[in-house]
Design a protein around this ligand. Structure first.
Ligand code: Z16
Length: 801
């Protein structure tokens, strides 16, 4: 627990304010929001550093080294004030000078060091580990440019600009020059003994450590350590293009470029050499740093797995496995068997996707060229695996089993395979996903490595996603729950008894309504649209990807619009569709979908017949701070991915906890949300994993749905005939063609069922009492989706000694 009291914190704030103002010859009343922000950031950071405990003791657990290429941490100051338990005091303090803390916190720039779910999950887990005093360190990269900023042009296309987050990021990152590392690339290897080689890299890049303190809620502070590339020599990166990499070896890479930018792909591998270099750089710096700390405490290498665990966040840090092996073999001269005994008990791997285009595979030539020693190690791991597979499978089974399990196949290095073989535990991120990992992705591994496969369902931190994002709901919970729900979200179940209490109902409803009003102001500010606050706020906020099916949502909007135009007198529950999300800059179809939504929004929002009935708001530049504004105001949570494709989802949890009704398929964590909330408190539709399988077996013909369903046909035709593109009949032709002729994600097959589900939503919303009862039960029953619970699952299932 922190040793600082609120009173002493506020006294020091007062003293420092005098000094801050004196230095600037200015009275506190004249400070701008920016200055207030800088000032409060400075006070809270020095307090954290001086007063928050570090290095919690290892009690029945190992220290967690969370390796992730992405940490989507969001704004920090409000979160830190809450963790220090001084949020309210600071709010009162600035009020004395006519300021509002919420406005001041708006000054902080989001550090967008991640793409989407995977990066945000890493941030929630750091928060939970610090709050639960689980010893941990996060290792990531200090990108100069985070995820691009998104804009829309006149015709609704996505444009991207750079996010140089660090330039006006006022919170301090602590440069740790003494933790600097050197990372080699390219060069040659010479064999010394059976197990030991001498690698002479062709060039090296220096890694500089920058720490961001992660402050747990009434817990401890632990570092998020981000590595930045640095070097004295410069180099022309253009010569290191794909295809040319074979010649690039003799050059020195410009280290400043190495960590320049985060690759903007979510659930998709780009396969660029620079990305592989980033991955290795990340692993090499992190593994060296963790070994430094381990050895500094007087511990032996053989003891490593007793004290340290490395959790691999997807395959992006897979090279940490051969890197640890290399150090143990070549620098510490251990035998292969000794090194493998250590390494294979140290790593655990979390799989986040089944999508083939997201499963990383690297050309073996590229890996050999860039990392010749690691390639030898990977080849040896693969050879030893071959012996195991031969022993386990009979002659008939062997070929199939090897196709599936080999690390090296068809001139590719398959990183997921490397992770499964090199880890003591593998987990998926939701029940159904973990089952599919075993049954569809890795059945032979499951037979080979019994007991290695687990499930840990994702979770979200209630500190940010309830207390910080939804202060009125937090206050209501504070007033009605015994104990601190912020630390133990299972306590939400106490609300179960209150859902029939009219006072509580009214309070809960009023909170949602006032949050909708707040969001309405944001929408007007951002895109100039005045919205009807009595409409259903129907929200789909996530990365744009065909499997997430924002175009299914869009087709229903178009069908609804056409229906309302044809039947103006129709009884209709007003609806506001809210979208937010980015498409990878190179993902053409996702960008088409964005443009189509913008096109539809323009027509509908400008149609006088629709005023207050049907509206579409597409908010640009989705990011953590925008999510914090949308989520508390949502009535409906769109979770409509094709069954089997969304590993878990985490936005689904945030929305449901904040009282949105899930409208979803039986995919990812939706399945568990439905179980916990109760089937009657969600709306489920669409094909299941099993029925999608059957659909494909029969031979899926999307055009037949188009031909048989008039509403669907009219909707698609409207897209095709220029109704939403100023008469341009070509603008959406790729999207239309794709839907009619391939439709890999079965949008047309789920259209009818989705439309029915949408009508059910409208019906249910008419009964406000029943609706908010369902919403309340979502809040009451979903405490299990706290990331604290996920971390406890990791502790008991995976990290245990
Ligand atoms: C990502 O965000 C996810 C998976 C992946 O392989 C790569 C990236 Cl960048 C997402 C999943 O799509 C999502 O279902 C899941 O909730 C999230 O990771 C966290 O597990």
């Amino acid at each position: 627990m922190p040793t600082i009291s609120n009173a002493s914190f506020m006294t020091s704030v007062e003293q420092e304010l005098n000094q801050y103002c004196q230095e600037r010859f200015i009275a506190p009343e004249q400070l701008s929001n920016t200055q207030w922000f800088q000032f409060i950031a400075k006070c809270s950071q020095s307090t954290i550093l001086q007063n928050f405990p570090t290095n919690p003791p290892l009690v029945n657990t190992r220290r967690v080294n969370y390796l992730s290429m992405e940490f989507l941490i969001g704004r920090l100051l409000g979160n830190n004030l809450m963790s220090l338990s001084v949020y309210q005091d600071v709010d009162n303090f600035v009020a004395k000078y006519g300021k509002n803390l919420v406005d001041i916190l708006e000054e902080e720039r989001d550090p967008s060091l991640g793409n989407g779910g995977l990066g945000r999950l890493a941030a929630c887990y750091l928060d939970s580990m610090a709050s639960l005093s689980q010893p941990a360190i996060g290792y990531g990269l200090h990108y100069q440019y985070g995820l691009f900023k998104q804009h829309f042009n006149e015709s609704g296309e996505q444009l991207e600009t750079g996010d140089s987050w660090n330039r006006d990021f006022y919170l301090q990152q602590y440069h740790r020059p003494d933790f600097q590392q050197k990372v080699g690339f390219g060069g040659t290897v010479a064999q010394i003994t059976d197990d030991q080689y001498d690698w002479q890299p062709a060039w090296t890049i220096q890694g500089e450590a920058f720490d961001l303190p992660v402050v747990g809620y009434k817990g401890v502070q632990q570092p998020l350590r981000l590595w930045q590339g640095y070097s004295e020599t410069s180099f022309d990166l253009a010569q290191f293009n794909d295809g040319q990499y074979l010649q690039a070896e003799s050059h020195v890479i410009d280290a400043a470029k190495l960590t320049k930018v985060l690759y903007p792909n979510d659930n998709h591998q780009e396969g660029k050499a620079l990305r592989l270099m980033q991955q290795y750089f990340h692993c090499a710096c992190s593994i060296a740093d963790l070994l430094r700390q381990h050895l500094a405490q007087g511990r032996t290498l053989m003891e490593l797995p007793e004290f340290e665990v490395v959790q691999l966040n997807d395959t992006h840090p897979a090279l940490a496995i051969p890197e640890l092996m290399r150090i143990l073999l070549d620098q510490h001269h251990l035998s292969w068997e000794q090194a493998w005994a250590i390494s294979s008990k140290t790593f655990a791997y979390t799989n986040h996707t089944l999508l083939p285009e997201a499963l990383e595979q690297w050309e073996d030539g590229l890996v050999a060229q860039l990392l010749p020693r690691h390639m030898l190690i990977i080849e040896r791991i693969d050879r030893e695996l071959l012996a195991k597979v031969r022993a386990e499978f009979n002659d008939e089974e062997f070929e199939q089993a090897w196709r599936e399990t080999a690390i090296l196949m068809d001139h590719r290095v398959r990183m997921a395979n490397l992770c499964v073989v090199g880890s003591f535990a593998v987990n998926g991120v939701a029940q159904i996903h973990s089952e599919l990992v075993v049954s569809d992705l890795f059945p032979s591994y499951a037979r080979l490595f019994k007991g290695r496969f687990h499930n840990v369902t994702n979770g979200v931190t209630p500190r940010r996603w309830i207390r910080q994002a939804n202060p009125p709901l937090a206050r209501l919970l504070d007033n009605h729950i015994d104990g601190d729900w912020t630390k133990d979200l299972a306590l939400l179940s106490q609300l179960e008894n209150l859902v029939d209490d009219p006072h509580f109902q009214t309070a809960y409803q009023e909170i949602k309504q006032s949050n909708k009003q707040v969001l309405a102001d944001v929408i007007e500010q951002e895109i100039g649209l005045k919205v009807n606050c009595n409409a259903i706020f129907d929200v789909q906020i996530k990365r744009f990807h065909e499997y997430k099916r924002q175009h299914l949502n869009l087709l229903n909007i178009i069908a609804t619009y056409l229906d309302l135009k044809a039947n103006p007198q129709k009884d209709f529950v007003p609806r506001l569709f809210i979208f937010a999300g980015k498409a990878a800059p190179g993902y053409f179809m996702a960008k088409q979908i964005i443009q189509a939504i913008n096109g539809v929004a323009k027509v509908i929002n400008n149609d006088p017949d629709m005023q207050g009935k049907l509206q579409v708001a597409f908010l640009p530049d989705y990011r953590v701070s925008l999510a914090e504004k949308i989520i508390p105001a949502a009535d409906v949570s769109e979770q409509i991915s094709l069954a089997g494709k969304e590993a878990s989802g985490t936005g689904n949890m945030k929305l449901a906890l904040n009282g949105a009704i899930t409208l979803g398929t039986l995919d990812g964590a939706n399945v568990e949300i439905a179980e916990f909330a109760g089937k009657e408190n969600v709306v489920i539709f669409g094909h299941t994993v099993e029925s999608v399988r059957q659909l494909r077996e029969q031979g899926y013909v999307p055009r037949s749905y188009y031909e048989q369903d008039e509403q669907l046909r009219n909707a698609i035709d409207a897209l095709a005939n220029g109704m939403f593109s100023d008469g341009d009949t070509q603008r959406f032709s790729a999207l239309v063609d794709n839907l009619l002729n391939s439709d890999y994600f079965c949008v047309l097959a789920d259209f009818a069922s989705y439309r029915e589900a949408q009508q059910e939503i409208a019906e249910r919303y008419k009964d406000q009492a029943a609706w908010s009862r369902s919403a309340m039960l979502n809040t009451a029953r979903l405490g299990t989706f706290s990331s604290d619970r996920s971390i406890r699952d990791y502790q008991t299932r995976i990290w245990k000694k």
